[in-house]
Design a protein around this ligand. Structure first.
Ligand SMILES: *Cc1c(COP(=O)(O)O)cnc(C)c1O
Length: 431
């Protein structure tokens, strides 16, 4: 049989760098040939060889209802017939903004954009513009899209700022980005002692999904809030992945349970809020958001921002996830997956830890959950790759890298999860 994935990949590499339009799709971390998807429905997709997979990536987060939810399809089809893009305002943009603000009360106003990268980049410009400060703090292992100032790794010491992680990013562009260790209270205190008056914002993934799945501890999050308030620095939550994914009120609502009155100053959203269409947003307090053009001096714009088809998709998705009991049931099925994986691993003598919130999960080939990037990277990459390919060849599609989170959708049934666990049992036995 001809491997159609392979022939498509060979063809793709002639015309698209690495054959993919986003690097992680290339399977570079795990080796092998990426699956070219031909169609998807519910919890599954099919590749070019007609093999069916249980999908635990869900487009890296957006597909919280599963693929092709009829309510979303209907809304998108109707919107498409009314027009693709106008470059003039529509009522649907207001409706989506109102829904986002109702779900996330820390945001009093939002601006819609087309990707998480764009939203994070704009949020930083706004934070700098609104505070009149240059420096920002980010944490190692957190990803905020690929804007220049955020493609940075830790420097050699605290007083020194970061180094670019990508060619093409001039050192001057990241010289104001301070990279600290996630969940490290001492470093954070020290950074504010040294630079407090100059820091425009802290940018953080409250539940980090770009180093697999790592929660900011409650004491760490409290300290972020406390230091930001004290130094008039803005606390910016990057909830592009966790937003409307870990809870209806996003990760901030999870921290509000432990820290009364807790709120970030700004929030960046994406992925789920577009339901699979190119749509993202950033928002916050009115006084900050009013600094944006055309009201204020901070410039930001977009030809396709608030696109009428994308907003229809987002609205239909948010309506569906707002139904009573949605997140309780989603969390229960995600938990049955993570607990099941731990049990199956244990019975096969494999050290595995796992965590989840709402429809987002992570598992590590480590005896204990890691707290930062360095600990995440201690997991056994070679064992992970064998596990990944073992699952993949048997029709279960987990993220092709050990530093990526996974996603369960409302379309994943208990049968799908049981099938996954039975497959994991076979794969663990073969490791
Ligand atoms: C995916 C992601 C982004 C970037 O979003 P894109 O739509 O891929 O540009 C930013 N921040 C976080 C936390 C993300 O998970």
């Amino acid at each position: 049989m001809i491997d159609k994935n392979q022939s498509l990949f060979d063809r793709a590499r002639q015309v698209i760098p690495g054959g993919v339009n986003s690097p992680v799709r290339a399977f570079k971390a795990v080796g092998g040939t990426p699956k070219f998807v031909t169609r998807a429905k519910g919890a599954y997709f099919w590749d070019a060889n007609h093999q069916k997979f249980i999908d635990y990536i869900g487009s890296w987060g957006p597909m919280i209802l599963g693929h092709g939810d009829p309510r979303v399809l209907e809304a998108v089809q109707k919107a498409a017939l009314e027009g693709f893009s106008f470059g003039a305002p529509t009522e649907r943009e207001i409706e989506l903004a109102e829904m986002l603000i109702a779900l996330t009360p820390s945001m009093e106003m939002v601006r819609l954009v087309s990707s998480g990268t764009e939203a994070a980049m704009s949020a930083i410009r706004l934070a700098r513009g609104a505070t009149g400060r240059q420096k920002l703090i980010k944490f190692e292992g957190c990803y905020h899209g690929h804007a220049d100032a955020l493609l940075v790794k830790a420097g050699s010491g605290l007083a020194t700022f970061g180094n670019p992680t990508s060619a093409g990013v001039p050192p001057e562009v990241v010289k104001d980005t301070l990279v600290l260790e996630y969940n490290n209270l001492e470093q954070l205190k020290e950074a504010f002692e040294l630079h407090g008056k100059e820091i425009a914002c802290i940018m953080i993934e409250p539940i980090a999904g770009n180093m697999n799945f790592v929660r900011a501890s409650v004491p760490f999050m409290s300290l972020c809030r406390e230091l930001c308030t004290k130094h008039q620095t803005l606390l910016v939550f990057d909830e592009v992945m966790s937003g409307c994914r870990v809870a209806l009120g996003s990760a901030q609502s999870v921290y509000q349970k432990s820290i009364p009155g807790f709120e970030p100053d700004m929030t960046v959203m994406g992925k789920v809020i577009g339901g699979g269409m190119p749509l993202a947003a950033f928002g916050g307090k009115k006084t900050i958001m009013e600094q944006l053009a055309p009201m204020g001096p901070v410039y930001q714009a977009g030809t396709l921002s608030g696109n009428p088809v994308a907003t229809a998709c987002g609205i239909a998705t948010l309506k569906a996830i707002s139904e009573p009991g949605f997140f309780e049931s989603l969390h229960a099925s995600t938990k049955s997956l993570t607990e099941g994986l731990m049990k199956v691993a244990k019975s096969n003598g494999v050290a595995l830890s796992a965590d989840c919130e709402g429809g987002m999960f992570g598992f590590f080939l480590l005896p204990q959950l890691p707290k930062n990037y360095t600990e995440v990277m201690k997991s056994n990459g070679e064992q992970f790759n064998r596990y990944f390919h073992g699952m993949l060849s048997r029709g279960v599609y987990f993220a092709p890298a050990l530093y990526e989170a996974g996603f369960v959708s409302a379309a994943h049934s208990s049968t799908d999860i049981q099938e996954t666990l039975d497959t994991a049992d076979k794969v663990f036995k073969s490791l």
